[in-house]
Design a protein around this ligand. Structure first.
Ligand code: ATP
Ligand code: MG
Length: 588
């Protein structure tokens, strides 16, 4: 990059820079779009594309989406939104193996959950690459007819041997000089099922001496008798991904094809193929351009599909939507929100250099968003009884707790106070530690939204464990009344009335891996699993939480953010998952 170039504006990145330059240069001013994907002829008489740019998110339906995909989703859909463009959701399903409808369904659901849509009034931009098999086949024949591709009949071993090395050029295949007619006949026979799997392969004819391996006559079509989840048994030859992908982009008139860095070396082939298909008349300019960005790597997380599948299949987790998994299905169940993902992807930005992002940054983004979005509720996670001895038996009264300290408009809700309360076990110490300001005999604390109480002592069981704490309340000190400030105390604890609270199950989640880089070096990543990544506890919750909806998020005061689980409930009452603590516990 030249030094004079003006720095990009904040929130910007090199991809925006490219798009802005392309738009300024009117690169797409005459690009036509027929309203659906197709070759040059299909778009030839169509109006100019109303979308200023076209991007696509192209998942292969061979697994569940994860946090890394979210980066790509926000990038592609986000750029389209920002530049009056359109983003396609395209299933890259050209590989018949390992792909299924189950994955297709979960992927569409998750893209929508993140807030994106591929449909508008006039277009539905949901595509399947397998719908383009005819065009891909046509492209292959065109390459053959123009002597840009040939059928190679070497064995796999021979092909490997002749591929050359980093320092040595490859050797031309003895079949490289086949005539166009011979190639066409053989390729059609391949298509018609006349040859067994692996007998022949179609290769682009580029340059066996190229320093870039990907230009040493890459394979573009192979024989594979496999059932495809969309096209069934119609085809027994399938295009290679590197051949299929540029064609998919071109048929959809994508302007900016964004992919992760490992495809950088493929870009010359991408451009070669586009050029040749324009030359043959199948495609027209402007053709899509590939730009690479760094994939997301997160500490304490594995994002490899293979490893995620292993975690699920070997039952190290409860399923694809286990709240400890980095899948979007798991993240949603964990209580992470689309707004949190947006903040995260904005904050980490897009760059061209691979790096690791600290998991802390991800959690901080979730905290930041939940702090604004989540209403407050009261939960006692490790309950012990507190009895207010001078409070009238059988009586109860209303206290008023703000739903959100930063959003007065959300009002207050009523919580009931009565003689017996549940408080956190750690809010009482018979022998206080230094600087301990909560309950201990003789000390006063405020019951949040209620009265100041003075601790008078406790009861213990035969083993010396505290079973009940006792106190008296100071009747003039109720929060919100004139006397509230008459007594100054240092401690302020939360509570729920035993007569009004209800018992519930809460799951405290922690990191699934105890090492920042699971499986680093020669270690098996499974060895790095955190044995204490989930703890199920029985808690006391304020009664309003009984009737919330699955997926509702709350801050449990003093504890963190929790979400009503989307799947599990106990006796019709929600189970809550801890999304994230208020502060980072791993920092201590
Ligand atoms: P595979 O190993 O099966 O190719 P993949 O993670 O690349 O796995 P795809 O379904 O091909 O999965 O990914 C869809 C899109 O998401 C691609 O454009 C890819 O670049 C992007 N993507 C995948 N993983 C990440 C990641 N960790 N960070 C950013 N983008 C990602
Ligand atoms: Mg991929």
């Amino acid at each position: 990059m030249s030094k004079e170039k003006a720095p990009l504006p904040p929130g910007s990145n090199f991809i925006r820079g490219i798009i802005e330059r392309d738009l300024t240069a009117n690169k797409y001013a005459e690009k036509q779009w027929a309203g659906s994907p197709g070759n040059a002829k299909h778009h030839q008489t169509a109006p100019v594309d109303p979308a200023k740019i076209r991007t696509r998110f192209p998942p292969e339906p061979n697994g569940y989406l994860h946090i890394g995909h979210a980066k790509s989703i926000f990038l592609n859909f986000g750029l389209a939104q920002d530049y009056h463009g359109i983003c396609h959701l395209r299933f890259d399903d050209t590989n018949p193996e390992k792909e299924s409808q189950e994955y297709v369904n979960s992927i569409t659901e998750m893209v929508q959950w993140l807030g994106f849509n591929w449909e508008n009034a006039s277009e539905n931009n949901l595509y399947f690459a397998s719908n383009y098999f005819d065009e891909m086949y046509q492209a292959a024949e065109l390459l053959i007819q123009n002597d840009y591709a040939y059928v190679d009949s070497q064995t796999a071993d021979e092909m490997r041997e002749n591929r050359g090395t980093l320092t040595e050029p490859g050797k031309d295949s003895p079949f490289r000089t086949r005539t166009v007619e011979e190639n066409l006949t053989l390729f059609r026979e391949m298509r018609d099922g006349k040859h067994p799997d692996g007998r022949h392969i179609l290769r682009a004819k580029i340059n066996m001496a190229s320093p870039n391996f990907n230009l040493r006559d890459p394979a573009i079509y192979r024989i594979r008798r496999a059932h495809h989840h969309h096209t069934g048994d119609k085809w027994c030859i399938y295009p290679m991904y590197t051949f299929a992908h540029p064609i998919e982009d071109a048929l959809e008139r994508i302007t900016h094809s964004l992919c992760t860095l490992e495809f950088e070396d493929q870009r010359p082939f991408y451009d070669w193929l586009m050029k040749k298909l324009v030359e043959t008349g199948m495609l027209s300019q402007p053709v899509p351009k590939q730009t690479e960005f760094a994939r997301l790597n997160l500490t304490y997380v594995v994002l490899s599909k293979r490893k995620l599948i292993q975690l699920v299949e070997e039952k190290h987790v409860s399923g694809w939507d286990d709240p400890r998994l980095p899948t979007l299905a798991g993240a949603r169940r964990r209580g992470y929100t689309p707004a949190g993902f947006k903040l995260f992807t904005d904050r980490i930005g897009v760059s061209k250099a691979d790096s690791w992002i600290e998991y802390l940054i991800f959690e901080d983004c979730m905290r930041e968003v939940l702090n604004l979005d989540a209403e407050r509720r009261i939960a006692v996670l490790d309950p012990i009884k507190l009895v207010i001895d001078n409070y009238e038996d059988g009586h109860s009264e209303d206290c008023f707790a703000p739903n959100h300290p930063l959003k007065e408009e959300l009002g207050k809700r009523t919580v009931q106070l009565s003689k017996e309360l549940w408080i956190e076990r750690e809010d009482f110490m018979e022998e206080p530690a230094p600087k301990y300001f909560r309950l201990f005999p003789g000390n006063m604390v405020r019951l949040r939204y209620g009265y100041v109480v003075e601790c008078t002592g406790c009861e213990k069981d035969a083993d010396g464990n505290v079973t009940v704490v006792h106190c008296n309340y100071l009747p003039d000190t109720k929060s919100g009344t004139d006397g509230a400030n008459s007594v100054k105390v240092k401690g302020n604890i939360h509570w729920v009335s035993a007569a009004h609270a209800y018992e519930a199950e809460v799951r405290l989640y922690d990191r699934l891996f105890k090492e920042a880089h699971p499986g680093e070096g020669d270690r098996d990543f499974l060895q790095d699993i955190n044995p204490n990544s989930v703890q199920t506890i029985t808690v006391q919750l304020e009664s309003s939480l009984q009737s919330v909806n699955p997926g509702d998020c709350f801050q449990f005061e003093r504890h963190g953010y929790f979400v009503a689980d989307r799947i599990d409930s106990v006796k019709g009452k929600p189970v809550f998952n801890r999304t994230v603590t208020l502060r980072d516990a791993w920092q201590k």
